[in-house]
Design a binder for this molecule. Structure first.
Ligand code: BDP
Length: 706
């Protein structure tokens, strides 16, 4: 099994189980014939026939008990007559109910729109895949976040920035004449977890994608995705009016530039009538933007917003910005830039904020912008692809990391003001809500580069639908759908996933350290690196390790980044004694002998964490070997090999980090701790082999050519 089917594996259930379900899934019934209803029917038939290993009948009206009837009150008189409480479900929610109609027991999957019904169909199939009872169903579900989007960092030449699963699945050169059947499976997978939009190209974009030729290509993809409720979005490169429009400027206050974008929007909607909108990276890492003309981010974003508004499109304006001058503290920049602009953005603009204030690190506190912009729609960007978390080879389940983030209390309106409540709009009544995940999808047969990375795609969709969903439930559902419900496998694997992120934090960046990866590749350890293009790209900038101690002082005596947070966090995080230890070195520079809660001095604790990380990976790998009887050979072997790589890398992270920090602290290793097998010089000169997805050399300073 190569993993291509993801969690949509409809392999036959064991006989007794199939026998239990068969009477409740005798036929698939609907009179609806929209494109979406057709794919819903096809999915139910495929799923039920596969799982129950029998041919499931299809019809327009109920013929027998055990029918699965789907539709909306508009396209089904039976559903209309049932008077179901669909009012609370909104346009995308669904209801699944056991009912009796004309003396026959059946299951109804209903919604207010065909897409809502499609989501319900996937949920119904999942119930069977996960061996839930389906005879007395009464399930209602609606997404809490409106825009649930993948952000592909895919380039038009099919390379992927920070992509570790092959090349892009979007083959622009074949479009629009040929749309690969894989696009349908991509849409199915996304719809099955509620993802309703996709940004097709990299935030470091080429303007080319906005030319007529490419719009026609994008339209072919939009046509393919539409039945699955998925809208297409594009990245708008700020300088496009110059590069493809022949204008002299891209100044957002220039009338000609504004006209140009209006026409461009009209043209896009001509080809893609339900186009979602633009994602924009401006004045960040060398990308052009309004700042080039002395204009604010709001002035820039609003220009696009005006062009898209007549068509119902949105602008997602990224808050991942940092200025040319190296600041006293890089992590304060986005807040400093955007907080004063709160309320200045048009209603169809969404500020797209990365989870943490730095950059997708194994652990960061939540970005201070969450809660700080009540008058600006604020959405969340997480990174599904594991740029800083061991690429596709390290087994790291991100569900726990996102749950930690979404559950974090910003205290914006007092206790209970979680990030989840900010981004689902309930805190400030945002008109637009959004959660975006930087995709980990590529041309590999298994889509994500490893089987376990599929779980991160899955968890992203589930959390975007419900930001308060629980990571362990999601992990266990994924294991059941992807592998098996057998508790002998399910329990240990779920546990292994649940602990995996903390393990990675331990061997890479424990106790609040961040950005210790080698430059560019962001894979292996490089805590000593001090030679990157600008100071705040250097690990030493973040670890600040010296003879006196380690950590970045962000309390009042340092950069005072803590002041960007609401009380009581601004005071709790201001002092090392009250800062949680897992963020200690993020917020504070503390002496090597600082007393930790364990009773150990910081230096011993730090070394202990690296050792713990290594031990945990060893345990994960050993656990996996025990599970061989429950997995097919191919998926077993791939995962086993990757765990071997992870074991090697965890050691390297541990050894290199300890060697470096010891060279700085000058302290002896705690008793019983193994010396790194090599001297620091050895680790420093290690060259990582070619790491995929770094973008062109010099990318950070030079914008890509058009
Ligand atoms: C960083 C990546 C870089 C991206 C940038 C971004 O290293 O490749 O372009 O984020 O989000 O994490 O724009």
């Amino acid at each position: 099994d190569d993993g291509y089917d993801l969690w949509l594996r409809y392999h036959p259930l064991e006989k007794p189980l199939a026998a239990r379900y068969a009477p409740a899934a005798t036929e698939v019934v609907s009179a609806a014939h929209s494109a979406t209803a057709d794919v819903t029917r096809a999915e139910l038939v495929k799923g039920l026939s596969g799982l129950l290993a029998k041919k499931v009948a299809v019809g327009e009206s109920v013929h027998q008990a055990g029918a699965v009837l789907f539709g909306t009150p508009e396209n089904s008189a039976t559903i209309k007559n049932l008077n179901l409480p669909l009012g609370q479900l909104g346009p995308e929610g669904y209801l699944i109910r056991s009912a009796v109609v004309g003396g026959k027991k059946l299951t109804v999957i209903a919604g207010n729109s065909d897409v809502g019904v499609l989501y319900g169909a996937y949920r119904f199939l999942k119930l069977i895949q996960t061996h839930e009872a389906i005879d007395k169903l009464d399930i209602a579900s609606a997404p809490k976040v409106k825009l649930r989007l993948l952000n592909h960092w895919d380039n038009l030449d099919a390379t992927i920035e920070r992509g570790y699963a092959g090349s892009s699945i979007f083959k622009w050169w074949e479009l629009p004449e040929h749309v690969s059947p894989r696009m349908v499976d991509y849409a199915r997978a996304n719809a099955s977890i509620g993802i309703n939009g996709t940004v097709l190209i990299n935030v470091n974009a080429s303007s080319l994608v906005l030319t007529q030729e490419y719009l026609q290509k994008a339209a072919a993809l939009a046509d393919t995705f539409r039945p699955y409720g998925i809208k297409v979005y594009l990245v708008a490169r700020f300088s496009a009016p110059i590069e493809i429009g022949g204008l002299k400027t891209a100044d957002p206050l220039d009338p000609q530039v504004r006209e140009w974008w209006k026409h461009k929007a009209d043209e896009i909607y001509h080809y893609i009538p339900d186009f979602g909108g633009f994602l924009i990276k401006a004045n960040s890492e060398g990308q052009p933007g309004p700042g080039d003309y002395g204009r604010t981010h709001a002035e820039g974003a609003n220009m696009f917003a005006e062009a898209l508004a007549p068509h119902g499109g949105v602008v997602m304006w990224r808050a991942f910005v940092y200025s040319h001058e190296v600041p006293d503290d890089r992590i304060k920049q986005a807040y400093n830039e955007f907080k004063p602009l709160d309320g200045k953005f048009l209603p169809n603009v969404i500020l797209q904020v990365k989870n943490g204030p730095l950059d997708f690190q194994p652990r960061e506190p939540f970005s201070a912008l969450f809660g700080a912009t009540p008058a600006t729609n604020t959405g969340l960007e997480v990174q599904i692809t594991k740029e800083y978390l061991g690429f596709n080879t390290h087994l790291v389940y991100l569900g726990t990391m996102w749950q930690e983030l979404l559950g974090s209390d910003t205290f914006a309106k007092g206790p209970g003001s979680t990030v989840a409540k900010v981004i689902d709009g309930s805190m400030f009544g945002y008109k637009q809500t959004m959660m975006a995940g930087v995709s980990n999808i590529g041309s590999d047969r298994n889509w994500s580069g490893s089987i376990f990375d599929q779980a991160n795609w899955y968890a992203f969709g589930r959390l975007a639908w419900d930001p308060e969903a629980k990571a362990d439930v999601i992990a266990s559902d994924w294991v059941k759908q992807t592998f098996t419900s057998n508790p002998a496998f399910l329990k240990p694997v779920t546990a292994l996933m649940m602990g995996s992120r903390e393990t990675a934090v331990d061997y890479m960046t424990p106790l609040g350290l961040a950005h210790q990866m080698g430059t560019s590749g962001h894979y292996g350890p490089g805590p000593w690196v001090d030679s990157a293009g600008r100071a705040d790209w250097n690990p030493v900038y973040y670890n600040r390790a010296d003879k006196s101690g380690i950590g970045f002082e962000r309390g009042p005596s340092g950069s005072n980044a803590v002041a960007q947070y609401f009380p009581p966090l601004s005071t709790i995080w201001a002092k090392p004694e009250t800062t949680p230890e897992n963020l200690l070195l993020w917020f504070h520079h503390v002496p090597w002998n600082y007393a930790m809660k364990s009773g150990r001095p910081l230096w011993d604790e730090l070394v202990g964490r690296y050792d713990q990380g290594v031990a945990n990976v060893d345990a994960m790998a050993a656990e996996w070997l025990n599970l061989k009887p429950y997995v097919d050979d191919e998926r077993f072997a791939l995962t086993a090999d990757y765990l071997t790589i992870q074991k090697r890398d965890a050691r390297l992270w541990r050894d290199a980090s300890i060697a470096y920090f010891q060279s700085v602290s000058g302290l002896p290793l705690p008793a019983g701790v193994k010396k790194p097998p090599h001297s620091l010089g050895f680790y420093e000169q290690l060259e990582w082999p070619y790491a995929p997805g770094q973008g062109a050399p010099g990318r950070k300073i030079k914008p890509p050519p058009v």
